[in-house]
Ligand binder design. Structure first.
Ligand code: DP6
Length: 342
């Protein structure tokens, strides 16, 4: 028989949470343990505020199956990953009940916009609360990491570092806060250049890269230098230094992945045009830099004073479908039940 879980804050093993995507400035690419989702390198990110995932989780005593809906639809591959994440929570709470999960994103899903990061951060937060687990920030980050590496960082707000860790069990590989969002309130413009789901997911891309890219060893060997440069830029709010290291880490990650066999090419023509546009703006004196993840969207990070000009310039690039805009925000947090649509 299952022992009863701890007292439940919101009643009926039911809770809701919100988390936002994060954008890596020093990238995570590669795993030292695929089962525990442990990275070969540490990484540094910023958490956004106006893009979000909202998730409601209800565990149903006696239920044997999970029911999962994302943006009102059920999808086999999403359900598989959500069930694996719920299993980690069930193990923690010593229960085996099925759950009903309803999750919404207010931005395109699975197109390189970090939907798995906000998705799993919101899921572990809501699921943990639904079961009354009282998890610390580090415990939430580790659970989120097991479901998707970058989700470890979306548990926290502002400027965040996810430590590589050394231990085989991954208990030292969690995210921790570096600087609050309002201590350096940069803005991010996201140029959407395609709404199609990416062809090669990050996990497969990382596996292929580690097995076949001739640059894998150099990637690992040089990461600590980038992390140190980004830490110092963030702690001193030095925009130029952060621009330099962030663009470097982005281009280096893509060069590494492009050199895999077959090569991973996440960009389209508009992505490249946007990179040039951002560099031209910077040469003209605007404080802005770009970064791109495992998809074709370009994220332009800038000072608040530059955001309108950056958005206008990106909108003019042929192939840009839309430009979203976000500030920096908080980590995963509880929201009222029934607030998914709000
Ligand atoms: C390019 O976190 O999506 O966005 O751990 O396999 O789920 P898994 O990968 P994921 O990879 C994100 C890779 C990246 C860089 C980053 O966010 O640091």
């Amino acid at each position: 028989m299952n022992p009863e879980p701890h007292a439940v804050a919101l009643g009926e093993y039911h809770a809701a949470a919100q988390a936002q995507p994060n954008i890596a400035l020093v990238k995570y690419w590669g795993k030292r343990d695929a089962e525990l989702n442990l990275p070969v390198v540490g990484s540094i990110s910023i958490t956004l505020d106006s893009l979000w995932t909202r998730t409601e989780v209800r565990f149903v005593p006696g239920a044997v199956q999970d029911r999962v809906s994302l943006n009102g639809r059920s999808d086999e591959s999403v359900t598989k990953r959500v069930v694996a994440c719920l299993d980690l929570l069930r193990q923690r709470a010593h229960i085996d009940w099925g759950a009903v999960v309803d999750s919404r994103n207010n931005f395109p899903t699975a197109a390189g916009l970090a939907s798995s990061a906000s998705g799993f951060a919101a899921l572990v937060y809501a699921g943990g609360r639904a079961l009354g687990l009282e998890l610390s920030e580090a415990e939430l980050s580790i659970l989120a990491r097991r479901c998707s590496g970058s989700a470890a960082r979306s548990v926290l707000g502002g400027y965040v570092e996810w430590t590589r860790g050394q231990l085989a069990d991954g208990s030292d590989s969690a995210a921790h806060p570096m600087l609050a969002a309002d201590a350096w309130p940069l803005r991010v413009a996201v140029a959407i250049t395609s709404t199609a789901a990416k062809q090669v997911g990050s996990s497969e891309g990382m596996r292929r890269t580690a097995q076949t890219s001739p640059f894998q060893a150099a990637w690992i060997a040089t990461q600590e230098t980038d992390l140190a440069a980004a830490r110092s830029a963030i702690l001193t709010c030095d925009f130029d230094a952060l621009a330099l290291v962030s663009e470097h880490s982005c281009l280096k990650m893509h060069a590494l992945a492009m050199a895999a066999q077959p090569g991973l090419l996440y960009w389209n023509g508009a992505t490249v045009e946007c990179m040039h546009r951002v560099r031209t703006l910077r040469q003209q004196g605007l404080p802005v830099f770009f970064t791109v993840d495992a998809g074709p969207q370009l994220k332009a990070v800038c000072a608040p004073s530059a955001i309108e000009k950056v958005k206008a310039a990106l909108r003019e690039v042929p192939g840009v479908l839309d430009v979203l805009d976000s500030g920096l925000g908080a980590g995963a947090h509880a929201i009222a039940l029934g607030a998914l649509e709000a």
